[in-house]
Design a protein around this ligand. Sequence first.
Ligand code: ASP
Length: 335
Amino acid sequence: MISKSSIIGVLFIILSTNTQFTMAQDVALVIHGGAGNIYKANIPDSIELLYREKMKEALNAGMEILANGGESIEAVKMAINIMEDSPLFNAGKGAVFTSEGTNELDASIMDGATLNAGAVAGVKHIKNPINAAIEVMNFSPHVFLIGNGAEAFANNRGLELVDEKYFYTKKRYNQLQKIKEKEKSSQGLHESKKKAYKFGTVGAVALDKAGNIVAGTSTGGMTNKKFGRVGDVPVIGAGTYANNKTCGISATGHGEYFIRSVVAHDISSIMEYKGLSIQEAADEVIHEKLIELGGEGGVIGLDAKGNVMMSFNSNGMFRGYIKESNKPYVFIFKE
Ligand code: ASP
């Protein structure tokens, strides 16, 4: 005979195991590789495939970390490092050129659990600027370091520094020459930038089993930038924001507009104050407020439940997501 108390005991064990099981958060990862004037007709099939494969690689590598119980920050770092190391994207190895023919990189990271953040701007020798942003967040009393100081700090932290030549790619160099030609013509820089610009910044947002959201973004900025110009990417609240109460956001687009609109933080605030979903909040910012100002680009994000958001007002945005070890989904055009 099975006693009443042993049945109750078994039921208790089953219930408590189940409770523990359902308490673990469903993990998710979303990435972008830049937005802009991206048409199917402009990208040869072979190059399109390379983009799709690289984004899948980044998503799978990040998900492996999350699915094994790893932290969001590790997944974001992994996904961004893979895109920084690829010449396809305007970050790390594929960074665009400044007007002077140099490469100046920006990156930032934010932890939604603690609201800690780290950022670097105008760095010329750090192979993976997102790693420097993470070091700033975790091992300095500061949030934002620039230029030589940021590089000295990264060096002290043992990060990999490279010769400036590492960032040279023929494609980006030719883009600089082309934009300089247009600048000379009567069309003017502003017009040509608006019509032809392809943003290529990379970003990632992850949600781990503990329910923590982390967002990160890394970029070479905008081709032909001058006078130490810095865009939205390393500006917390503009290009990157994370808060476990609402969402994590990473942006890509014409940085000046994203700074003026405080895009990433605005999306979080709209969710908090108006109770809108992450997609509704992002669409309000990207398709209404930003368009009113004349800003072009997009955002990706996750909310605390792992709902994926992707919103852009340009012709295309390299983007993708993966949930719970399922297969990765990647997109480029309006599809
Ligand atoms: N937002 C970046 C910047 O303005 C550019 C980009 O997203 O490609 O620096």
